[in-house]
Unconditional design. Structure first.
Length: 714
């Protein structure tokens, strides 16, 4: 172990003092040396020695390439550690909730190919690739590739084969404010090759212990205190999972992949409050929530030459079982009987996809034709109970039980061409045909025909500057649970069923500008404007009550700016700051008032600044992070409110990269005292009548959070 360096006793005041001038240099810094970038669309795994002669960061007409030497200062354990240090790059897309497999939307490729798994995200797979198997990371504009759907910055992780190697990480934390400890979080994975077979096998336990304590208050319309709520909540979340990713090379350009994953979720949360007020009987209120679920996914693909091109066949099967219960009870300090209710929901949800993609060159361009069939299903059984004489008696609730099916078929033709060395073009045109069928008390069936497609241009007017513009027509994925009724006992609300709910559709227009700053880092600016049709929000029902429903039109504009600034030119080698700004402007006509407003409960701004200093000639690193986020209010028929945390969090960390060969990190989080906030105004009847029933407010302490991690390779 290296001795504790004296540099850590002196905060890098010089670096922070120079930060404004560093920001000002974003658009005038010189570029680094230039070098040719390999053809990413035909990238294959190569030996690590191929990258040994590469510059640590170089760029040319199509992008940048980062060799392993570039990341040596952080002593990365895996490919994710490395990619997170690429200046100005952020992992986007994926998330598993998209409509079928469709076109690629994650800006990550591995050895030139996209991922066919939905539950196993790019972050998951990158975290399981040991750093010693990464040959290089290529950053290019997605429009220049022959993979439809990719625009803006795309990272291609080139890896090498070889014998088995692996990695592990243990994560723990504790929260003294609520006496919560996490002791067993972490992951272990092994990757390697056996003949023509490449494999990665992983086991992971994600967990979280959370809570907050503090008072809440209820006022009348005039601000008079009616009730005080003393208490808080505690909860725990555990998600064990196993996964396997297998790739077999049959030779003669024939390859196959098999992805397997299984996970369970165990969630428990308990909220306990003592309620008191002038003229009120003292009460104890308990809210117990419990969720148990498991899910699995099997996906496979095979690609082989056919005619002048290649055909890829993909299949996916996923299933999720969920058992959720919420119980709310109130005990009175006098002789009154206890009151309460229980909501229980058991659901089975699945997806089955078959997809084919044929790629071929023609007329000096890349072409692709695709066909996809996707079958989604939900079977839901919901039960409602009322506490009566100490026993929970069932209440009729047929609207919460039923099934939803969607059968969908789509086809598309895509075209990609490099028009000039500086200008690339990509276009896709297609259509989907779907049928949604609902069973239960509100049976219904509907059929739809919808156009889909996109067109994008990428322009590189000079080395180190990439500009892309894309227009796309998108059909969203309907959340089947929104079709059926749902009860929220904790705040006394209920969503009715809506058998006429349809998926959102929208036009997206996106402009992305990437500028490399040479030794100074990189900067990225993206603006996305969305024109939404059939926007989904809570709407009043003609028969009374409210439900998730469609609003004809809505608009949303996202402004995102990400910048990495390195302090080496300022005389502070090994230091950098990552800045992220996001502003989201939304507009929809309120279905109750007819007045334009922001999207309900949508984040409207976000700011993050992260400083890290890897001290030269030592194994020590330290840094700090500050994060701020705000959300819009949520709106219901008779209620307006906001539920959020923070809104500002700040962390500091220290890390040693060689403690007997391990990386050890410690973090002190929530140093600015971020809280859990809840506020709402509840009306007697529709909120348009302005007859306020009560106003509820609370601010609960989360307290400091201390996190630890130990990671290593084998």
């Amino acid at each position: 172990m290296a001795a504790f360096p004296p540099e850590l006793r002196i905060f890098s005041a010089r670096a922070f003092a120079l930060l404004p001038s560093g920001v000002a240099l974003c658009f005038c810094a010189p570029l680094v040396a230039q070098e040719s970038l390999p053809d990413i669309s035909k990238a294959v795994a190569v030996d690590a020695s191929a990258a040994a002669t590469a510059e640590t960061s170089v760029s040319e007409g199509r992008g940048q390439v980062y060799a392993p030497e570039y990341f040596a200062r952080i002593a990365p354990r895996n490919a994710l550690d490395m990619l997170q240090e690429v200046p100005g790059f952020n992992i986007q897309g994926g998330g598993g909730g998209g409509r079928g497999l469709g076109q690629a939307d994650e800006n990550i490729l591995i050895n030139g190919g996209r991922l066919s798994s939905k539950s196993d995200s790019a972050r998951d797979q990158l975290s399981r690739i040991p750093a010693d198997k990464v040959v290089r990371i290529e950053i290019v504009d997605g429009t220049t590739l022959d993979i439809p759907g990719l625009t803006g910055q795309v990272a291609n992780i080139i890896t090498s084969g070889g014998g088995m190697s692996g990695q592990f990480v243990w994560r723990g934390s504790f929260r003294p404010e609520t006496d919560r400890q996490e002791l067993f979080g972490g992951e272990i994975s092994a990757s390697g090759s056996a003949g023509n077979l490449d494999y990665t096998i992983a086991a992971r336990l994600q967990n979280n212990r959370f809570g907050a304590v503090g008072p809440g208050f209820i006022y009348d319309a005039n601000g008079t205190l009616l009730e005080t709520q003393d208490g808080g909540f505690k909860g725990k979340f555990d998600e064990p999972s196993i996964s396997a990713n297998l790739k077999y090379d049959f030779g003669k350009d024939v390859t196959a992949n098999l992805n397997l994953s299984y996970e369970k979720e165990i969630f428990d949360a308990a909220e306990q409050e003592f309620l008191s007020g002038t003229g009120l009987v003292d009460r104890n209120r308990d809210n117990i929530r419990r969720n148990r679920e498991y899910e699995y996914e099997i996906s496979a693909d095979i690609e082989f030459p056919l005619g002048s091109g290649k055909l890829k066949l993909i299949g996916l099967e996923s299933f999720q079982n969920r058992d959720f219960t919420e119980t709310v009870t109130t005990g009175f300090g006098d002789s009154s009987d206890d009151e309460g209710g229980r909501f229980a929901q058991i659901s089975d949800q699945g997806e089955r996809i078959v997809r084919g993609e044929y790629n071929w060159p023609m007329f000096d361009a890349d072409w692709q034709i695709t066909g996809e069939a996707a079958f989604n299903r939900l079977d839901n059984v919901a039960s409602l109970f009322e506490l009566d004489g100490g026993e929970f008696a069932p209440i009729a609730f047929p609207e919460g039980t039923g099934g939803v099916r969607e059968d969908r078929y789509e086809t598309a033709l895509s075209f990609s061409k490099q028009l000039t060395p500086e200008l690339g073009f990509q276009a896709t045109g297609g259509a989907e045909f779907s049928k949604i069928t609902q069973s239960g008390s509100a049976a219904n069936a509907r059929s739809f025909k919808r156009p889909k497609g996109s067109a994008s241009l990428s322009w590189r007017p000079e080395k180190g500057l990439d500009i892309s513009l894309e227009a796309r027509r998108v059909v969203g994925q309907l959340s089947f649970g929104d079709v059926l009724a749902r009860v929220f006992l904790d705040d006394g609300n209920q969503n009715g069923g809506n058998n006429e709910l349809v998926p959102e559709q929208r036009w997206d227009i996106e402009l992305e500008i990437n500028k490399t700053l040479g030794a100074w880092g990189s900067t990225n600016f993206t603006v996305t404007h969305r024109m939404v049709e059939d926007y989904i929000d809570v709407i009043p029902l003609l028969t009374g009550g409210e439900a998730r429903g469609n609003i004809d039109k809505a608009k949303r504009t996202d402004f995102n700016w990400n910048t990495t600034l390195k302090f080496d030119p300022l005389g502070v080698p090994g230091a950098q700051v990552d800045l992220e700004f996001q502003i989201i402007d939304t507009n929809v006509r309120d279905p109750l008032t007819g007045i334009s407003r922001a999207f309900s409960q949508q984040r409207n701004k976000r700011f993050r600044a992260e400083f890290r200093h890897d001290i030269p000639s030592s194994d020590w690193a330290y840094g700090a992070n500050i994060f701020h986020s705000r959300n819009n209010r949520y709106l219901r028929l008779s209620e307006v409110g906001r539920n959020y945390e923070g809104p500002t969090f700040a962390d500091v960390f220290i890390e040693h990269k060689d403690v007997f060969g391990l990386t050890v990190s410690a973090t002190a989080a929530n140093l600015l005292g971020g809280k859990e906030f809840f506020e709402r105004t509840v009306y007697d009847g529709p909120r348009t009548d302005n007859q306020i029933a009560f106003i509820e407010e609370r601010a609960r302490d989360i307290g400091p959070i201390f996190r630890f991690s130990v990671s290593g390779n084998f």
